[in-house]
Write a protein that binds this ligand. Structure first.
Ligand code: PEP
Ligand code: MN
Length: 350
């Protein structure tokens, strides 16, 4: 249920509604907009009598049942698009954001080289996995804590904020101490304890769509984070598993406008994992921008053929630079100009 208070509602009236919600053993989530305040009420089922009781309170304009199972991520709770701020970049604002970097942090030199290359090409967030969720336990599992240290160093050297994956609830504190964005990977979309743990932080979260998840399940996973008080959630379409095996996954681009209809949260598209092939990354990145994506997440490696993970889908610096020229053009055409990277005078690595 959501309770809508008009522009003229006083702070006392808002406080009174919240107090009654809490006395009833429910939780109140406030969204204060320019022309109204919306209180999302979370908890057990609410009877009609209780609903009418809220409707009669001073300042209350409407009390609406929420028809979809996702509440806080839905447009009914919040009309306006949510903007997630990562340093001085906003995802979900007027511009398009590009996040790029290697699949995994491999060593200091390759990370710094890639960070500078993607920044100079127009990316404004650096990606890189320190804790890697690999299908096989016999493959490279990431540098872990050392990888986080290298990411912090790359941020200091380039000014780019960093996004990196967290795989376990017990690692959230350590990863959040470095990361500007916590990535929840596809394999963990329904790791509810992990979702709750990142929901307790106030670090922005990028929630990847589960490999076999419906859009509704994906939004319900976002609810686990939002309902803990962390509203800075971005949803990332990264392909789903279908009968098609010619591509690594099937990138569901129709999910982009659909999620934007249903939810106020920003949508990010990852054409790298979505296709698994470097040659398909560019066309799908451009299509994602045209479909309304707020940001792209792209894997870039100095020598894709030598990458320790996801080489076949990683772009070389030259290919990434060329793609960024096309991304700028398409983004401009659809009215979402590329967000400029951090100031060009940001410190450069010694
Ligand atoms: C990644 O971003 O490197 C990654 C492992 O992604 P996903 O969880 O989408 O497979
Ligand atoms: Mn990868």
């Amino acid at each position: 249920m959501i309770i809508v208070l008009g522009q003229e509602a006083t702070q006392e009236q808002i406080d009174e509604v919240v107090a009654i919600v809490e006395r009833r053993g429910l939780r109140a989530h406030l969204s204060i907009g320019e022309d109204r305040t919306v209180i999302g009420v979370i908890g057990h089922e609410i009877s009609d009598d209780v609903r009418v009781g809220f409707l009669n309170l001073p300042g209350v304009e409407d009390v609406v049942r929420i028809s979809r199972p996702f509440k806080l991520s839905g447009r009914q709770f919040r009309h306006q698009d949510t903007e997630v701020r990562i340093g001085n970049v906003a995802v979900g604002g007027p511009g398009l954001v590009v996040m790029a970097g290697p699949c995994a942090v491999e060593n200091q030199a390759m990370l710094l080289e890639t960070a500078k290359a993607v920044r100079d090409a127009g990316a404004s967030v650096l990606r890189g996995g320190a804790f890697k969720p690999r299908t096989s336990p016999y493959t490279f599992q990431g540098l872990g804590t050392e990888g986080l240290r290298l990411l912090a160093q790359a941020r200091a050297a380039t000014g780019l904020p960093v996004i990196t994956e967290v795989m376990a609830p017990g690692d959230v504190e350590e990863v959040a101490a470095t990361a500007d964005v916590l990535q929840i990977g596809t394999r963990n979309m329904q790791n509810f304890n992990l979702l709750a743990a990142v929901g307790e932080t106030r670090t922005p979260v990028l929630l990847k769509r589960g490999i076999s998840s419906t859009v509704e399940e994906w939004l319900l996973s976002a609810e686990y984070i939002l309902s803990r008080g962390n509203y800075d959630v971005m949803l990332c379409e990264r392909g789903i598993r279908t009968f098609e095996t010619a591509t690594r996954n099937t990138l569901d681009l129709s999910a982009v406008p659909l999620v934007k209809e249903w939810s106020h949260l920003p949508v990010v598209v990852d054409p790298s994992h979505g296709t698994g092939r470097a040659s398909l990354v560019g066309p799908m990145a451009l299509a994602a921008v045209a479909a309304g994506a707020d940001a792209l997440l792209i894997e870039v490696h100095p020598h894709p053929a030598e990458a320790w993970s996801d080489g076949p889908q990683s772009l070389s610096f030259d290919v990434f630079r060329a793609l960024m020229t096309a991304v700028r053009a398409v983004a401009g055409t659809v009215g979402r100009p590329l967000v400029s990277p951090v100031a060009a005078d940001a410190p450069v690595v010694p």
